[in-house]
Design a protein around this ligand. Structure first.
Ligand SMILES: Nc1ncnc2c1ncn2[C@@H]1O[C@H](COP(=O)(O)OP(=O)(O)O)[C@@H](O)[C@H]1O
Ligand SMILES: N[C@@H](CCC(=O)OP(=O)(O)O)C(=O)O
Length: 374
């Protein structure tokens, strides 16, 4: 995949990550409100033309520590206290900036554990989907209060990439204080060359990454490359660029300098490759002929078309899909755990709530989560 037109225009779902060094004035610890307003103007413009936007914003520690009278270096618990103080101010500022455009903001705080635990991952994904469908702009940060050293993302670059993967985003933009990836940290090496396009994170590329350039940034280029790896495998394009001008998304659309990390496939293909290749099936769903035909023509699997279920699996686990003769015709991620799936098999989707006592998805396997054999 190469950049033919502008990936920002093309993205159906776009994640924008804002680094502390950009959002928070290093000397005063204040949020740069004019910049935030201009970013939110851009977000409103993208939404108005039908694009979905999720913000992943750092800055809670940098904003909050002044209010508690803390000076770096901070211990973990002081960072957590600072984040709790700063996050409320950050969220409030985004609320005000987006309210000017009549857009509702939703705060979502996540930890690394949330992206690794299947149930939490699915819950987070469903919540983000629902918020976007209802027209809100999620503003995400790491849940610093509960994230100890072992379960920290440690950096929002990686969190943003996980969010991109989780939400099937087409593009992630990391706005930073640098306009892209160089062959070495340009602050320390004046001969460093700028790279416009990267398609693979090789050891040579990894060796280019250095530390953060400012006292409020964390991770530097190292975590940005970790994020790029996640994005490339998730089929999501990723940009590193300078967020400094006002209206940074407009600047990017108008040709500002940027490093693009370009995957060979799109998010849906990557997702299907992941389902096909890296998950062990935990059970089988046996279909009737009508359901097998429906799946072959690209439809989702409804409970009504299932005759029998083998195995024990949880919501989100991979299961095989078999036709009436027991032949494997595909595999996919079940929206229900085995016991619940057994309770609703053969029933109409409209009956799900009365049988299970809650209203889950109409489909047992959504077509986006289904891969048919050869
Ligand atoms: N190879 C490299 N190319 C570009 N920047 C680099 C490189 N290695 C290290 N850096 C440093 O990484 C910094 C950006 O990371 P960081 O300070 O963590 O920002 P943010 O707060 O936006 O996440 C740059 O300002 C730069 O000094
Ligand atoms: N959760 C932390 C984010 C830390 C972080 O990743 O910072 P940055 O490197 O500036 O993106 C905060 O809000 O301060």
């Amino acid at each position: 995949m190469t950049v033919t037109t502008n990936p920002i225009n093309e993205a159906r779902r776009l994640i924008v990550k804002i680094g502390s060094s950009l959002l928070v004035d290093e000397a005063s610890g204040h949020i740069r409100r004019a910049w935030m307003d201009s970013l939110c103007d851009d977000v409103a413009r993208l939404r108005a033309r039908g694009q979905e936007v999720i913000l992943v914003s750092s800055g809670a520690v940098a904003v909050g520590r002044r209010h508690l009278g803390l000076t770096p270096p901070l211990r973990l618990e002081e960072k957590q206290a600072a984040a709790a103080t700063g996050q409320i101010r950050l969220a409030h500022a985004y609320q005000e900036a987006l309210e000017r455009h009549g857009i509702t903001v939703a705060q979502v705080l996540l930890t690394l554990a949330d992206s690794e635990d299947r149930r939490r991952f699915l819950n987070a994904r469903n919540t983000l989907d629902t918020l976007l469908r209802l027209g809100a702009v999620p503003v995400i940060n790491e849940n610093d209060t509960v994230a100890t050293t072992e379960i920290r993302f440690g950096d929002n670059d990686r969190l943003a990439a996980r969010v991109a993967q989780m939400s099937g985003a087409d593009a992630l933009v990391l706005f930073s204080d640098i306009d892209g990836l160089y062959t070495a940290d340009p602050r320390k090496n004046p001969d460093a060359r700028f790279l416009a396009e990267v398609t693979e994170i090789t050891p040579d590329i990894e060796a280019m990454a250095g530390d953060p350039g400012s006292s409020v940034g964390t991770g530097g280029m190292v975590t940005k490359l970790v994020a790029a790896k996640i994005c490339l495998s998730a089929g999501c394009r990723m940009a590193i660029c300078k967020g400094e001008p006002l209206h940074p998304l407009t600047a990017l659309e108008n040709g500002a300098r940027v490093t693009w990390f370009l995957p060979s496939a799109g998010p849906m293909t990557a997702r299907k490759q992941w389902i096909a290749g890296s998950m062990s099936p935990m059970g089988s769903l046996h279909l009737d002929d009508g359901a097998a035909r429906a799946l072959a023509s690209g439809k989702s699997l409804l409970p009504a078309g299932i005759r029998a279920i083998d195995g024990e699996f949880d919501r989100g686990d991979c299961v095989l899909v078999r036709d009436g003769a027991g032949r494997v015709i595909g595999r996919g991620l079940s929206a229900y755990a085995a016991d619940d799936a057994r309770a609703i098999m053969g029933r109409k989707s409209a009956d799900i709530e009365s049988v299970l006592g809650y209203r889950g998805r109409d489909e047992i396997i959504h077509r986006d989560d289904l891969v048919m054999e050869g």
